[in-house]
Write a protein that binds this ligand. Structure first.
Ligand code: ADP
Length: 303
């Protein structure tokens, strides 16, 4: 108030501590205004103060729990990564020795023994792919191990499609890719994202109907929205959020997978500050969409 009176100008939005008579410390937030008389001389001042002690305390508690949550998440990620990584070694032994058993002892044991060995091999292969997915999941949100570069998403999608070549051929899929932008991203992550989504579009096709997949991008308010649309079996509305959870699978019996694919996609998208969601009806196909902020687009100004 003294400053307001001395300078003849309002002082807005300042915070200060007050020690009360009982020793209690409070924080206040205030504005001060000078009061003028008819001749324009400062005659006094008026101040408005609000006690914001509780709000400050709540903000501080919130900040602390956020920091704790972040730390706990990092610990968990680190744990998942180490556990998955360390599991690879014993798994390698199981793989190698069951393969040696299979090759060296075929027809020397009885048929049932051959079958058990085959089950071991299959389980080892499956566990291997689960561990790979877990590692990918732990890595998906980790700090970048390679710098972002301006990458043409058309060529990223082409690479993803090349990796899916065998499945595309096998299912007789028809793939249509619309024009895609170039963005500042880490190509490997985006490739994984598209590969998971397109892979699912191929995997969850209707029996007796070849998959048709459309990949496109659309510029909307503040972001690029990408879409991977299929004509597959679709997903019931009640599962539209759950499918992005870890190990969440709806059609587990008939198809292979770890239930981590979409969880990995979500992590990659969120890492860039985007969002992922699905629009789908059972029997009507699915449209998986994700947004990436326009700030990743190096040409955003000139458009
Ligand atoms: P999975 O390894 O089982 O494919 P994902 O995390 O990729 O794991 O997907 C989770 C579940 O979501 C799948 O098990 C499947 O039930 C459902 N799903 C994913 N993509 C599609 C799709 N394009 N069409 C229908 N269902 C899908």
């Amino acid at each position: 108030m003294q400053t307001a009176v001395r300078k003849g100008q309002p002082v807005r939005g300042f915070e200060f501590d007050i020690v009360r008579a009982d020793g209690g410390l409070r924080t206040a937030f205030g504005h001060a205004m000078p009061l003028f008389d008819d001749s324009g001389e400062v005659r006094g001042g008026i101040g408005v103060f609000v006690d914001i002690t509780e709000r400050k305390r709540t903000e501080e508690a919130l900040r602390q729990s956020e920091a704790e949550l972040r730390r706990a998440n990092q610990d968990l990620e680190q744990f998942a990564y180490s556990a998955a990584h360390d599991l690879q070694e014993p798994l390698r032994s199981v793989s190698i020795y069951s393969e040696l058993l299979q090759r060296g002892y075929r027809d020397r044991l009885d048929a049932q023994a051959d079958q058990y060995i085959a089950y071991c091999r299959e389980a080892a292969v499956r566990m291997g792919s689960l561990i790979q997915d877990l590692l990918a999941y732990a890595r998906a949100a980790a700090s970048p191990d390679e710098a972002a570069e301006v990458a043409d998403l058309n060529s990223i999608v082409s690479t993803a499609l090349r990796d899916l070549d065998a499945t595309i051929e096998e299912t007789g899929a028809e793939i249509h890719v619309g024009p895609l932008p170039s963005l500042s991203v880490e190509p490997v992550r985006l490739q994984r994202l598209f590969q998971n989504l397109i892979g699912n579009a191929l995997k969850y096709h209707k029996d007796g109907e070849a998959p048709r997949v459309r990949i496109s991008a659309d510029r909307r308010e503040g972001s690029w929205v990408f879409s991977v649309e299929d004509n597959g079996i679709g997903i019931e509305a009640q599962y539209h959020e759950q499918v992005f959870g870890t190990f969440k699978r709806l059609h587990s019996r008939s198809r292979t997978g770890s239930g981590l694919g979409l969880a990995i996609c979500q992590r990659i998208v969120e890492r860039y500050g985007g969002r992922i969601w699905v629009e789908s009806e059972p029997g009507q196909g699915s449209n998986f969409q994700f947004s990436l902020p326009l700030t990743l687009d190096p040409r955003r100004e000139s458009r």
